[in-house]
Ligand binder design. Structure first.
Ligand code: ADP
Length: 407
């Protein structure tokens, strides 16, 4: 493996125009993008997957060039980072932005990564035992390569730290919150924050002036009530399992289900939790797939279970949105985002059909065009509910946050 590293600038005002490397590190993967924050364009991006195994592979693409794939057998996060830097060649990097899933109650915004920040992220490991250690591995690999650059942590939970206690507390013995920080945290905060600000911009108003419902529908799904630029409630909770129906996650269930499954099927808590996280949601109902495109094709071919999965997904989304509206005084717009929210006209139409109480009037041609020709709008001018499609861009938010620490 070559050891060439991209040149990095020393501290100074010129850094404000340098590129930001955005890292999203999973337990066996490392996703990156290199973003020029002056022009807000992506210079290169890619993914190292199957880390720690013989089949570890780096997919790399520089904007304007073909995507290439390179075996990096046995590579861990550190070696993957070195391979990424080899491929980036001489591109100048001024800061590194890291996605961190759980910031607990310690972080309500992005922070420069130093020893106290690392200690606080470690303290959140019990709250996100799969995600935070993986994020820490990515941070450690990047700091090893770029010890002199500012590294900035951007938390999925931070945007939701403005939720009031009536929204974040569970109705369980209060000692569990005081002693163990058992409460609702919410996730996808970077996305809800970005699309709510974008929606305000499309409406020609400041974020502080609008009240929105945002629905981030990807493999994970969550919705958020954003009042005057602040999250006041969201559908995910202590973990990303709570709330809406997702690709493989059940979302809300009766907590007594655990006891029933343990007694009836002899399943352990670990097995039940794994089933609710990995074998449920769209996959669980359809028995076919967690992927909405596959289900849409199967439903169009007359597959009943695929149709049922989509129906439950959209009904539960509509129900979740109406529940979140309790946190608002009015709904200036409902915003769809994420892979499903941005691309599935059928899911948006079916969800609005379940929101009849808000008198939405879908414009079918604007919806079919995913709002692209109409500043995001997919409803008719006389609609009782304005619905928008706003593509999310979490990497750009992370790059912007890191760029704030450049000079
Ligand atoms: P992640 O949460 O992993 O970032 P994405 O935001 O990319 O995921 O969303 C993935 C989901 O988006 C999948 O269910 C996929 O089927 C769905 N999706 C992507 N494109 C389309 C499309 N054209 N029509 C319907 N669903 C789509």
């Amino acid at each position: 493996m070559q050891s060439t590293s991209p040149s990095t600038e020393s501290a100074g005002s010129s850094r404000a125009h340098a590129a930001v490397l955005v890292i999203n590190s999973g337990s066996s993967s490392l996703k990156f993008s290199l973003i020029d924050t002056a022009t807000e364009t992506v210079l290169a991006q890619g993914l190292a997957e199957n880390l720690g195994g013989a089949t570890a592979l780096l997919h790399f693409s520089r904007t304007g060039e073909a995507k290439t794939s390179h075996p990096i057998p046995g590579a861990g996060h550190s070696q993957a980072m070195a391979a990424v830097l080899d491929h980036l060649g001489g591109i100048r990097i001024g800061a590194v932005g890291h996605r961190v899933v759980h910031g607990g109650e310690a972080f309500s915004g992005s922070v420069l990564i130093d020893e106290p920040t690392l200690a606080a992220i470690r303290q959140c490991v019990p709250l996100a035992p799969l995600h935070n250690p993986a994020n820490l591995a990515g941070i450690s690999a990047a700091v090893e390569r770029f010890p002199d650059l500012p590294h900035v942590a951007v938390f999925d939970t931070a945007f939701h730290q403005t939720m009031p206690p009536k929204a974040f507390l569970y109705a369980i013995p209060h000692d569990l919150y005081d002693t163990h920080k058992v409460r609702r945290y919410g996730f996808h905060g970077t996305s809800h924050r970005f699309v709510s600000a974008e929606a305000a911009r499309l409406l020609g108003r400041a974020p502080e002036e609008v009240q929105l419902l945002t629905a981030h529908l990807g493999n994970g799904c969550s919705a958020c009530a954003v009042k005057n630029g602040r999250s006041v409630d969201t559908s995910m909770g202590f973990t990303p399992l709570e709330g809406l129906v997702m690709g493989t996650r059940s979302g809300d269930i009766d907590p007594n289900l655990h006891e029933f499954l343990a007694h009836t099927l002899g399943k352990s808590l670990v097995e039940i939790t794994a089933m609710l996280n990995r074998q449920s949601g769209l996959l669980g109902i359809s028995g076919i797939s967690n992927d909405m495109r596959t289900l849409a094709a199967a439903a169009a071919d007359g597959n009943d279970r695929a149709q049922l999965a989509i129906e439950v997904f959209c009904y539960r989304l509509a129900k979740g949105l109406l529940a979140l509206a309790a946190g608002l005084d009015r709904i200036d717009a409902l915003v769809f985002t994420g892979g499903i929210g941005e691309h599935s006209a059928a899911v948006r139409a079916l969800t609005l059909a379940h929101l009849g109480v808000l008198r939405p009037a879908l414009d079918e041609s604007l919806n079919a065009a995913h709002g692209r020709a109409s500043d995001g709008r997919i409803t008719a001018p006389h609609s009782g509910l304005l619905a928008l499609v706003v593509p999310t861009n979490e990497e750009l938010v992370i790059a912007r946050e890191a760029a704030r620490f450049l000079s």
